[in-house]
Design a protein around this ligand. Structure first.
Ligand SMILES: *Cc1c(COP(=O)(O)O)cnc(C)c1O
Length: 428
């Protein structure tokens, strides 16, 4: 079981919404910090550990700065993500650059800031050499193919576009050494939103066995192994979180059994968790605007799938609560929807909920809180239908709230259009 809580009362939310109209994302800084501390404490059993927060999960430099203050680095996959990490003060080898199909200019930028470059393919050794040069430290991404079972979001490794095959890794590391690399690391990322602890331990075992084989076959002692991300969060109240302590202890047991006897007792551990770092500590706060009764009962919100697309693209469950009605009986069954011209613009389908009052009925409307939206939420937003993405707020540890991203305006949406040229175009 995982308890679904929200840090503000209905009254507090009502006062906040006068300053920052709904919809908005709200993140809980204290909860994020406490979580990051628990993670680092659990993984302190390794001789060297660093978590590189996957920037794509919550690409807001304020959140990155909060995490940086807790000693977390960043995992970036594009030039703008590198810039965001830099803006948050995350530099050098605290940044992993894990990309695929990478443009030369991005390798160049990653090298300039001293990020750890994680190669996605064996042909990128040549490409890197000719665009940015081979750095001292290079990491290679492993795709275990048939050696590893599939996962719902990422699919089977055999069908995934990422990484080197096993044999390519041996060839790749030897090639990198001959071209001057001196420090080597191994990475994989084979799952997404996986709540099964054994799945993650199996990934660690696979990488540890490979680290030993790389040492035996190539006499290369890896500097670290990066276990990637993919640790799930309990979106449903009945789901169980993977505890950091259980995860770290499970990995440590494999470390002691496989690596230590092989003389790899200094191997560092790196992770790139995104979702479990901020996911449970961010909420999309919307208001009920309309009620509609046809073949089903609908509650229309002021947020849309342009703000949170996970339910629409993955059929993902996001828990919903109505502040002030936490203990009210769930007498209704609603489709909770946005206003996009897409029928999959639904935050919940046939969801039992307390009776919701809308703005059309009483002028204000109940707040509707969508839980576990702190990762891959605002980040996956888009502008289809001319929908403007909402802003982001941060609940500070002293109880104050600051805006860390303003909502988009029509001017933002039009910023890439040249209306003066259009005027000339239409008059010509
Ligand atoms: C998406 C991604 C992550 C983070 O995944 P989460 O599921 O958010 O933990 C880490 N590393 C890479 C390479 C990724 O693509």
């Amino acid at each position: 079981m995982s308890e679904k809580t929200f840090p503000l009362s209905r009254e507090h939310l009502a006062a906040l919404a006068e300053r920052y109209p709904t919809p908005f994302y709200l993140y809980d800084e204290g909860a994020i910090r406490a979580n990051a501390r628990r993670l680092r404490a659990a993984f302190s059993v390794f001789p060297s550990y660093r978590e590189h927060f996957a920037v794509k999960a919550a690409p807001n430099p304020y959140l990155l700065a909060v995490l940086a203050r807790e000693g977390l680095g960043a995992d970036c996959s594009s030039l703008p993500e590198l810039l965001l990490a830099g803006a948050a003060g995350i530099r050098g080898e605290d940044v992993m650059f894990t990309s695929n199909g990478t443009p030369g200019a991005e390798y160049h930028a990653a090298r300039q800031i001293g990020a750890v470059i994680n190669l996605d393919d064996i042909t990128h050794i040549d490409f890197l050499a000719s665009t940015a040069g081979i750095p001292d430290l290079v990491c290679c991404r492993y795709n275990p193919g048939p050696l590893k079972g599939g996962n719902a979001i990422i699919g089977k490794p055999e069908e995934a576009k990422y990484g080197f095959t096993r044999e390519q890794l041996f060839e790749g590391f030897a090639e990198l050494r001959s071209r001057g690399a001196r420090r080597f690391a191994l990475h994989t990322m084979v799952a997404s939103n996986e709540l099964n602890l054994d799945y993650h331990l199996e990934t660690a075992r696979l990488l540890f066995d490979l680290a030993v084989e790389i040492k035996t076959r190539l006499s290369i002692t890896l500097e670290f192994v990066n276990l990637g991300g993919g640790v799930g969060i309990p979106y449903r109240p009945e789901d169980e979180a993977i505890g950091w302590e259980a995860l770290a202890a499970g990995i440590k047991a494999l470390y002691d059994r496989i690596l230590v006897p092989a003389g790899l007792s200094a191997l560092g551990i790196r992770t790139e968790y995104g979702r479990p770092i901020t996911g449970p500590y961010g909420w999309l706060v919307a208001r009920a605007v309309h009620r509609k009764h046809i073949y089903r009962d609908y509650i229309g919100l002021d947020a849309t799938m342009a703000d949170l697309m996970r339910p629409a693209v993955y059929g993902a469950y996001h828990h919903i609560t109505i502040p002030g009605k936490e203990d009210a009986p769930h007498t209704e069954r609603y489709d909770v929807v946005g206003s996009l011209c897409e029928n999959n613009d639904k935050f919940a389908i046939q969801r039992p909920l307390p009776k919701i009052v809308t703005a059309a009925e009483n002028g204000a409307g109940d707040f509707v809180v969508i839980h576990d939206a702190g990762a891959h939420g605002r980040a996956m937003g888009f502008n289809y239908n001319g929908k403007l993405r909402c802003g982001e707020l941060l609940l500070r540890e002293d109880g104050g709230v600051i805006q860390i991203r303003r909502p988009e305006t029509a001017a933002d949406y039009f910023a890439t259009l040249d209306f003066d040229a259009l005027a000339a175009f239409t008059q010509a």
